[in-house]
Design a protein around this ligand. Structure first.
Ligand code: 13P
Ligand code: SF4
Length: 313
């Protein structure tokens, strides 16, 4: 008699994971994943982290090949920092709508309107946009990066309006802020967070700075995904409302089995982060696809902005 479907799926996953392990050794490869990736991808990854942690990892790679489970701008950042390595994005359509909300021409126009301003780009931007900017930042270091710019110099911040306004209020500093946003974080509503707070009055509310202002206002802590993991581990609180993409729950729950984590809404899912699965990781290693490269004339300029960030953080 055939094994039940769940048993067949389990055996198939075992086979996929075993084949991934063999190919990793043959190809001298590592699999790294963002904290929003599907559970099965995080489970097989060698390293999981937020954007800054993944950039740092990419800058110090020992392996020849990296399978980057995340979205395109992250794989591009890895390719810029490790140009001699093979960087693979298992689904070539995994992009970021926020990164697509600004073009290099838009940045050039902003700089022409604000001559002398320092241009800061959130890492969620294309390599070509980074190439137009002086400094890059992630959600975990944005305030520190902007604070490093002399107070008398004007600051242009692209593309995330919410992170930009968060930094502006933290530093109490005027900034020229682009109006891009993350569609996934914009689906988290004030009412969702209020409902979870009422249901779990002892819970600490952690929100990502990509959330719109009403959510940021309700948060006890505004943190990158990596900072959320560190905060939850160190905190004496037992319950947390987590206002960000739901993929982070996998790591939070695994690392803190005695604590409770609540997502305010089932809508907080980034469809691009969910495009990769275990099978696509296997195909990436089998066929060495899809290789992400950045033209050298863009990479040279983008690298300066990313390395300036890494030096400051
Ligand atoms: P961090 O993991 O750096 O907090 O970024 C979140 C994000 O939106 C990545 O796309
Ligand atoms: Fe882009 Fe938002 Fe998805 Fe992050 S969660 S990749 S910012 S759409």
């Amino acid at each position: 008699m055939d094994a039940p479907v769940s048993e067949r799926n389990r055996r198939m996953m075992e086979t996929i994971e075993q084949r991934i392990e063999v190919l990793k050794r043959e190809r001298n490869a590592i699999v790294i994943a963002h904290n929003y990736e599907p559970d099965e991808v995080q489970a097989l990854a060698d390293f999981t982290g937020d954007s800054l942690e993944l950039s740092r990892k990419a800058a110090a790679l020992e392996e020849e090949t990296v399978v980057f489970c995340g979205v395109r701008f992250m794989a591009e950042t890895a390719a810029i920092l490790a140009p001699e390595k093979t960087v693979l994005l298992p689904d070539r359509h995994a992009g970021c709508p926020m990164a697509d909300m600004i073009s290099p021409e838009d940045v050039r126009e902003l700089k022409a309107k604000h001559p002398g301003a320092a241009a800061v780009c959130y890492v969620n931007s294309s390599a070509a946009v980074k190439a137009e900017c002086d400094l890059c930042c992630t959600s975990s270091n944005a305030a520190k990066i902007v604070a490093s710019i002399p107070a008398e110099r004007e600051v242009i911040f692209v593309p995330d309006t919410h992170l930009g306004h968060h930094v502006r209020s933290l530093l109490d500093r005027e900034m020229v802020i682009w109006d891009g946003y993350c569609p996934t974080h914009s689906r988290i509503r004030e009412a969702d967070v209020l409902r979870e707070k009422a249901a779990h009055p002892e819970a600490v509310v952690m929100a990502h700075p990509e959330c719109p202002e009403p959510i940021r206002r309700l948060a006890d802590e505004l943190l990158s995904t990596g900072q959320m993991c560190a905060f939850a581990k160190a905190s004496s609180a037992r319950e947390f409302v987590v206002a960000t993409e739901r993929g982070i729950l996998y790591r939070l729950r695994n690392e803190n089995p005695d604590k409770r984590f609540y997502s305010p809404t089932a809508r907080a899912v980034c469809p691009n982060m969910k495009k990769i699965d275990a099978e696509k990781v296997l195909w990436a290693l089998e066929d060495l696809k899809y290789r992400v490269t950045v033209p050298e004339e863009i990479a040279v300029r983008a690298r300066k902005a990313i390395e300036a960030m890494l030096a400051l953080s």
